[in-house]
Design a protein. Sequence first.
Length: 268
Amino acid sequence: MSKTIATGPGDALHALAQRDCRIVLRALGPRGDRHAGIHRARKTIRRLRAVLALGAARFGADGDAIDRRLQRLAAGLSALRDAQAVTDTADTLACGGDAAQWHRLARRLARRRDLLLRQALADDPGFDRRREPLRRAAAAIDALPWHALRPGDVRKALARGERRVAKARKQAMREPTPQQLHRWRRRVRKLRLQVDAARAPDAVAPTLSATLARKPGKQARALKKLADRLGRYQDLRILRRALKELPDTAATPALRARLRREMKQTKP
């Protein structure tokens, strides 16, 4: 292997992708908290897709095919993850004078979450059908031309991500619908994951890390702060939807009013 290839970003980003494949396989395995594993799997799949997108110019159709496979896998876990997310979000609202009402709602949502998981495991014992596509994706990822990836490719991918974030922000500010805000959130999150990957120790050539941004650490922190706020708004929106799906109780009007206030305060 030549010195140029060895110091390029391809080998290190490949190692990050391999690591994430292993994490997803373990997260969907039989050990540990299933709900936490599903959350870890979806989070890691997002990071894996973001890393792959850094090499999209070199990976071509093969990279696109892997990305679609990973997207389908994540989508298949979304209902289970949302069921956990709304339970956690309800718990975070359990403060102040209405804490007992939110705790009761969280318990109702937890029963609903557990039922969905039991149904999913009955349909796919051990999540074997979900793990097998990931194994095939991991093999396909190893076959990608990582050695061809150069710092310029990664810089261009990051610049494209910045343009996409700016465009999504402009559209969300002009038309702040849930769909536009969620689109903005996804693009911010993806760019944050890409910047984090490029800044990881030994992940890139020194010439790349110096050109990501004038202050890459500051950029990463700003992206995380924005992604967290947009993510919180999305979690509140999903909780509002879940509350509509549950039978009303005497506390429902007050819970809905609190959600409206929280969403108004959180909306960018």
